[in-house]
Design a protein around this ligand. Structure first.
Ligand code: SF4
Length: 248
């Protein structure tokens, strides 16, 4: 009996995963002076649209703001604001946070996500504040960066919002996205390149505006220039924005 020829197995197809493409910075031909002038007009438009833009996290002290900012990582400010009233009642100062039982603190902040690592950060931060700063939240970038769970973004927020010190610019997801769409980046690679984004913005905007700028951009990013559906038609920055109307 004639053997039937062996069927050749189909060549395996290599399935390539789509990488989550980050929008890259498109280098424009705009000169540095022109970019500076446009940045000034953007700042003026923001001041007109949001004359009182401020931090959305509820707080009554530097420590409360520090705690709320740590909790706001990967979480909405609304959610943090729901958690903090009870939290601050139970833990009114650095000593109370430093001596907190991790399981009890975890239960209180669970809904903000990443609650185990946030608990470690809160207790660790409070222990250093108590031991090295006599229970007072430090007011310099160098000292804030010594606290567990505190990076530049959190330190900038506390320094600018509570202490009124414009040391840097808070770069969160909204600020990164808007800086990219508004064509304000000269050295950053993309909208997650936080260190360079901060440097680019600091070079473009006057120091006295840094804290305000971040709060206003965050507000604008939440309400108008959302990640998925920016509302360019209703945007007060549209005349100065190279991305206006480019979203399908
Ligand atoms: S014009 Fe559109 S892309 Fe530009 S800032 Fe406004 S909403 Fe965002």
């Amino acid at each position: 009996m004639k053997k039937s020829p062996k069927k050749k197995s189909a060549p395996k197809r290599t399935v390539r995963r789509k990488s989550a493409a980050r929008p890259k910075v498109k280098r424009s031909q705009e000169s540095e002076p022109d970019r500076r002038r446009r940045a000034a007009r953007i700042l003026a438009a923001l001041r007109e649209t949001y004359p009182r833009a401020d931090c959305a996290l509820h707080h009554r002290s530097a420590l409360e703001l520090l705690v709320a900012t740590i909790l706001s990582a990967q979480c909405t400010d609304e959610r943090v604001n729901q958690v903090t009233p009870d939290l601050f009642r139970r833990y009114p100062d650095a000593k109370a946070f430093a001596e907190a039982r991790p399981d009890q603190l975890e239960a209180l902040i669970r809904s903000t996500g990443f609650f185990r690592s946030k608990t470690k950060s809160l207790i660790g931060m409070a222990q250093v504040v108590r031991a090295d700063f006599a229970g007072e939240t430090p007011d310099t970038m160098d000292d804030l960066l010594k606290l567990p769970g505190v990076a530049r973004k959190t330190a900038n927020c506390v320094l600018g919002t509570w202490f009124g010190k414009n040391v840097g610019i808070v770069v969160d997801t909204h600020v990164g996205r808007l800086a990219l769409r508004l064509g304000l980046l000269s050295s950053a690679r993309d909208d997650k390149d936080a260190v360079k984004i901060e440097q680019d913005l600091m070079e473009l905007f006057p120091r006295e505006s840094w804290t305000y700028l971040a709060h206003a951009l965050i507000h604008h990013g939440r309400n108008v220039c959302q990640a998925r559906k920016p509302q360019c038609a209703a945007c007060s920055l549209a005349p100065e924005c190279p991305s206006a109307g480019t979203f399908a």
